[in-house]
Design a protein around this ligand. Sequence first.
Ligand code: ADP
Ligand code: ZN
Length: 734
Amino acid sequence: MTNPSFKIVRVAVAVPLRRSFDYLVSDIDTLDKSWVGCRVLVPFARRKQVAIVLSVHTSSDVPESKLKCIDERIDQLPVIDSKMRVLGHWISEYYLHPIGEVFATMLPAALRKGISSDVPATEYLIRNFDDLSALQNELKQAKKQLALCAHLASGEITRAQAKKEFSVAVINELIKKQLISSVVKAYCPNTTWPAQLVVSDNHPANIEQSIAISAINQQHSFATFLLEGVTGSGKTEVYLQVIEPVLQAGKQVLILVPEIGLTPQTVERFEKRFGQVVGVMHSALNDTQRLRVWQQAKDNEIGIVIGTRSSIFVPLAAPGMIIVDEEHDESFKQHDSLKYHARDIAVYRAKQLDVPLIMGSATPSLETLYNALSKKYHHLQLTQRAANATMPSQLMLDIKAQTLEHGIASGLIEKMRAQLEQGNQVLIFVHRRGYSPALLCHQCGHVETCTDCDNPFTLHKVSNNMQCHRCGQHQSVPRKCRQCGNSSLDTFGLGTEQIEQGLQAMFKDYSCVRIDSDSTRGKGKLTELLGEINSQQHQILIGTQILSKGHHFPNVTLAIILNVDGSLFSADFRAPEKLGQLITQLSGRAGRANKPGEVWLQTHQPQHPLLQDLVQNGFADYARSLLLERKQAQLPPYEHQILLRAESPHIGLIQSFLAYAHSTLDQFSRLKLIGPLPCTIEKKQGRFRMMLVVQSSSRQYLHGALGNALEAIEAHENSSKVRWSIDVAPLDFT
Ligand code: ADP
Ligand code: ZN
């Protein structure tokens, strides 16, 4: 029904402004509530912008003479349905982010750019004859024409397909003879995927797997599960088995995997078990291909969608379950514009859709583990490896006062040589170069610490001092160790490049390869390098975190982890958690049954209780100890944080801007404010970077206070002169 009094659309435009915009619609006869969630093209700041209709109105607060008219309506059906709209508004509030940019993030790139959301109509060929045998004679000399007729006698074919299988000439001849004709059929979704399910054999589940599977399958409405299972314990097998009844019931499953985990092998495992009902959201797909998977999920043409972070926004016609694999992986967090975490959005979506959510990991994030231990999530555990494979042993090497060659202790250099001579590969992990590291004495292992907070000082090169990231107090850098008086005070760690050069010079007969964010820049570069490693073109692998995720290195029998201490004494309180995840994931991937291997940690602190816990009791124990520390230090997940980051070539501008933000937020009594402090990357591309950490024990209070203060902060004179952003539940302080 058209309501003739509607004449205004209120829209969200993808610009960094926290507001909506009103436009007139010239053809008001067509304007009704069916417009909501559709895209329109609007004139905006002398450009044309794609916008989403939020609501329709009979009048506007802005005088009509000042309103512009929309250019056109792009969609007839909403691209953001009512549930997605609610989700978008929640995201906008939770992440304190403008709604227009939120909707833009939620849509596939093609729709963001204004491309039609309709699947194009298809041209088919149909037959005009009744009896094929009557044509045998007539087409005796035209075998191909006869073949096409035979095809049409038993079914239809698209013109595109006929062109490929036969030829344009054959088609045209038959049309001329009026034996066939062409018709255009509007797109009609093919929702028959449940009939195409092929469920092939699975491994008979072991006891722990069975317990997990039946717990999950009893649940048909919203509930969150943490599947905490050691590497190789058969988590994927559990996913496969719990998905089966969901698919059998005609419901869809959304599976999120880390960027690096979306390998052909992963996809193949799902396809092998369930046949061609799987849609994949790859980074390698172009905009149109991604849009197609989005449409297939929305129109219920596929049963499973597997994809990375942004797939959390794929609409589902018949939602049945959501899975987040390797839930601890940092690639689920977006680092620019809308800094969302797909795992957090998964929780909201699962609740909204009233479906079970499963998060799996061998090394769960402390946030998720906390929720499981406090019974907010159901906690399922797999403590044994499924297939018989041994884990490499984890060992520590005390490097206090030892000579290091290219950052590696000489004892380990000898071990490297021994493994290389046996034709094995060796892996050197360089923990991400400590930006703003702690200060440590190589002779005695003493770490310079803030006595008020019992927190290591962080060295800042720009200001040439050391600063406590808990209380903000700073001191000049001491020349000598305060404990032993030696002057071998050091900041941990060489970079990957220096180590590569040094080792290549030392091991001339072997090839070194470096895997870090520099060497893997460019599409397909990482895959290429990994291929070279697996085909054994390189024997010495040197890399950062990138190397630890989702890969399998059966020929690596020795892994050496450098700069362990940098993580133990980092300004980033998550560094020990990340270190434990790295060591555990790596141990789960290096070596194979007949070549088990060793993982060595180089440290000045072999007696450190956390390291002892990790090496002796494993990640599960270690993570629980870390949680205790977090509780004592009143850090997440026990408290909640929002970060204001600001950057500018003029340090004075960010200082005064953040100082103003500080004074505004200081009026809220239940907020804890830390900073302004330098970010862990203090300067980047000529810009100084500083942050203000805003913390509270109540998430609601924190978001409420920040929401209230934002208007004043945005109105500050430097607000438009510096680049600044809000990071809700930040994962790092870079
Ligand atoms: P995860 O996802 O926990 O790393 P996977 O599901 O990949 O573990 O399982 C590890 C290996 O063990 C795979 O080769 C898998 O086929 C095998 N596996 C899993 N479950 C079983 C089982 N119940 N019996 C035998 N092998 C199994
Ligand atoms: Zn302090």
